[in-house]
Design a protein around this ligand. Structure first.
Ligand SMILES: [Cu+2]
Length: 381
């Protein structure tokens, strides 16, 4: 293990991140042997010419690209492109910055949607403006470290991976280039989720179909920003310069920020999610690194797949649901009252002090039967 006191990271050391990883016994190593090191020798890619192909343009969270909730069509090859972007991002109202590592420039990366039995064909691009090696591990896939063993690319390279989406649910994807690079890239923003819908759509577990009018994707991110001697958050010239300090904060397991969609306030105020009374909303929520417990203040989870896998019967009428780190969950809720709802991680310290709060602005008419103020505040009689 490197000496944390004396270890400074040069560009070359970072490029050799996976080699550095080898020191602590990572499976991956740099270079073309990564796949073999992962115990993978793939044959020629199967010819799927008999299947229709569809190219999907991804959109930035919390929004989700257009998709069918259920389909009569057979399996397809669904093509996606993710461009890796290392970029400085402001993560709170005080201007604190992080040199984020991102899929498509957002934290989290975009939600991808396919149906069970489809083939996901991903082109992963690492532009030469980046400094580091990256790859992608899809929890929805089978083998080769979730595809991580077949997708490790240097700046200036791209790679194409195809996997069959055999299990229905919402699943995390994240970068996993080896050793300490893995948590560092993940807590620097390099994670997202994919939703594999049952071909016939969601059901309540008793054969009744479930539909949504809107879908939002909330990606929860823990950040570990180093502080200077005065306790102020530090800023760094580039992604590599902050590595050593950040690793030290990471090892405390105490995040400085826990946010939704990349920054404090990214989903509040003008950026609030929207809905209307009577609308049913599917909230997909991922956390690639740390446990979380979503809660809609003033609402519920009508149907909840807390661990996100759609062959399981959803739980009903939940107040709060638990999503373990490294998983994505989904919750369906029909709004009955208008107003502002807070969507939080119900560790309320994380919600209020560290940033894990979103808002949902709901339009419509108030139902006095469900709730009313019988008497306004008055002096005690
Ligand atoms: Cu990465």
């Amino acid at each position: 293990m490197n000496d944390p006191e004396n270890f400074t990271v040069s560009r070359r050391a970072l490029l050799a991140g996976a080699a550095l990883a080898g020191v602590v016994g990572a499976v991956l190593s740099s270079g073309p042997s990564a796949a073999e090191d992962a115990g993978v020798v793939t044959g020629p890619a199967p010819d799927l010419a008999h299947l229709p192909r569809r190219k999907v343009e991804l959109v930035d969270p919390p929004f989700v690209h257009a998709h069918e909730q259920a389909t009569d069509r057979g399996p397809e090859v669904v093509e996606f492109t993710l461009v890796i972007e290392e970029k400085e991002m402001v993560i709170d109202e005080y201007g604190t910055t992080v040199h984020a590592m991102t899929f498509n420039g957002t934290v989290p990366g975009p939600l991808m949607v396919v149906h069970e039995g489809d083939y996901v064909e991903l082109t992963l691009v690492n532009p030469d403006t980046n400094l580091m090696q990256h790859n992608i591990d899809f929890h929805a896939s089978t083998g080769a470290l979730g595809g991580g063993g077949l997708t490790l690319i240097n700046p200036g390279e791209q790679v194409k991976l195809r996997f069959k989406a055999t299990r229905a649910g919402v699943f995390v994807y994240h970068c996993a280039p080896g050793g300490p690079m893995i948590p560092w890239h993940v807590v620097s923003g390099m994670n997202g989720a994919i939703m594999v819908l049952p071909r016939k759509g969601l059901t309540d577990g008793n054969g009744q179909p479930l539909h949504y009018d809107r879908i939002y994707y909330v990606g929860e991110q823990d950040f570990y920003i180093p502080r200077d001697e005065q306790g102020n958050f530090k800023a760094y010239a580039d992604v590599g310069e902050g590595y050593d300090d950040m690793l030290r904060v990471m090892k405390t397991l105490t995040p400085t920020h826990v946010v939704f969609n990349g920054a404090v306030g990214a989903l509040t105020g003008e950026n609030a999610m929207q809905a209307a009374v009577g609308e049913t909303v599917l909230f997909v929520h991922s956390q690639a690194n740390r446990d979380t417990r979503p809660h809609i203040i003033g609402g519920h989870g009508d149907y909840v797949w807390a661990t996100g896998k759609f062959r399981n019967t959803p739980e009903v009428d939940l107040e709060t649901w638990f999503i373990p780190g490294g998983a994505a969950g989904a919750a369906l809720y029909t709004f009955r009252q208008p107003g502002i709802y807070a969507y939080v991680n119900h560790n309320l310290i994380e919600a209020v002090e560290l940033g894990a709060t979103a808002h949902i602005l709901v339009d419509g008419d108030w139902n006095d039967d469900l709730m009313t103020q019988v008497e306004p505040p008055t002096p005690i009689a």
